[in-house]
Design a binder for this molecule. Structure first.
Ligand code: UT7
Length: 359
């Protein structure tokens, strides 16, 4: 099979309709709109309704992304869901999405790297497409962290929100697409941001419930400092791997955890604030969903144009961090003929590969 690049050809997101404002939180814990706004930039977040789960939100986002890519569910090769709040320990949330959208041929698995899960999933999809192992992938970041929050802990419950974002990544002979991905981790700091209960170390029990082990716990200031340095380092590494400079980047889409982290990363990189996409004020920290939701909103706001170089950078529990550089292509709806021809050419290549004698 000829060398191909991995290109984002569809995107979509879903946020639950229930919006919880800082003023709503003032009624639940000892906090204030002023504190949350000043310390995090968050004004409101979306919270999943009863019955809504990570897989149902992921499936909604996926359908929008597929529609935009003009790809039928039956033609999807692989579904990867990045999440640390899966519906079940197993089966994988990706399998639930596979059935919900009718992607009857697709392989499915989850990736768990907390808030870095989407970038990790994108890196896997990119590698598999570039290697020729698959033609396309549905890459999703989806979370329902509201179900893991201790709603009496003001240090965490004000920070997170629920939602899902999805992209379709397809192989293309066009010289655009994902140009580099970098991933890192430091497991020695896993206990600075974690949910201890529910796994095999602390299976659900009366004791684990009494100790609140099923709640998300975080050392906020330690996480903050490492997030800034790690995201800035990963951004520079991904740029170098792509052979680009910061000046080449049209838009930086960072993980949306805290406006102060985003600003500090921009400052450290000496990157202009007007080229940084921010929507943390309306969603809070949606973990793995934050970058794909931000990407969708950036596109809708006209901040992603064909040919733009885009830098994605994430940091999360584990600790994990990573970045990706890509050239924005846009959807098949915009590029009509060319991408249809591209697909036809690849289908032809597949046939030729199959009939070519071995040896
Ligand atoms: O998704 C990837 C990982 N997550 C992150 O990147 C999040 C990283 N951390 C943060 O965003 C920030 O550290 C926080 C927003 C969590 C906290 O901000 P901070 O400036 O680091 O505050 P702090 O933890 O040092 O707390 C300052 C004070 C404390 O009171 P005392 O001990 O100084 O009296 C807290 O008890 O603020 C208090 N506080 C609050 N007050 C009102 C903590 N949470 C709240 C609250 N409302 N919700």
């Amino acid at each position: 099979m000829a060398r191909q690049n991995a290109v984002i050809t569809g995107w979509g997101f879903y946020a639950p309709s229930r919006v919880m404002t800082n003023f709503d939180l003032e009624k639940i814990v000892d906090t204030s709109d002023q504190w949350i706004t000043e310390r995090t930039g968050i004004k409101e977040r979306h919270i999943a309704a009863e019955g809504e789960t990570t897989s149902t939100m992921a499936a909604r986002a996926a359908r929008v992304a597929l529609e935009r890519a003009r790809l039928r569910p039956a033609d999807v090769d692989l579904i990867i869901v990045g999440t640390c709040s899966p519906d079940y320990l197993f089966p994988a949330t990706a399998c639930l999405v596979q059935t919900a959208i009718g992607a009857e041929r697709a392989g499915s698995f989850d990736v768990e790297a907390a808030c870095t899960s989407f970038v990790s999933a994108l890196a896997i999809a990119n590698g598999m497409i570039v290697s020729g192992a698959i033609r396309n992938a549905l890459v999703i970041g989806a979370e329902t962290l509201s179900r893991f929050l201790d709603w009496t802990d003001r240090g965490t419950c004000v920070l997170f929100g629920d939602g899902a974002g999805a992209v379709v990544v397809e192989g293309s002979s066009a010289s655009v697409g994902i140009e580099s991905t970098v991933l890192h981790s430091d497991g020695s700091k896993g206990d600075l941001l974690w949910v201890q209960g529910g796994g095999v170390k602390h299976p659900a029990s009366k004791d684990s419930l009494a100790k609140g082990l099923h709640f998300l716990k975080m050392d906020g200031s330690a996480t903050f400092k490492l997030a800034v340095k790690s995201m800035a380092d990963a951004a520079e590494e991904a740029l170098a791997a792509a052979g680009l400079k910061l000046d080449d980047i049209a838009l930086l889409i960072p993980h949306q955890a805290n406006i102060r982290i985003i600003e500090a990363v921009g400052k450290r990189l000496r990157f202009p604030a007007e080229k940084v996409f921010v929507n943390v004020q309306r969603y809070g920290n949606t973990s793995a969903a934050s970058i794909p939701i931000a990407l969708c909103e950036a596109e809708a706001a006209g901040r992603l144009r064909r040919g733009d170089k885009v830098l994605l950078v994430a940091f999360g529990g584990g600790f994990t961090w990573g970045a990706a550089v890509l050239e924005w292509w846009g959807s098949h709806l915009e590029h009509g003929q060319r991408s249809i021809l591209d697909r036809a050419a690849r289908a032809l290549e597949d046939v030729v590969d199959r009939v070519r004698p071995v040896g």
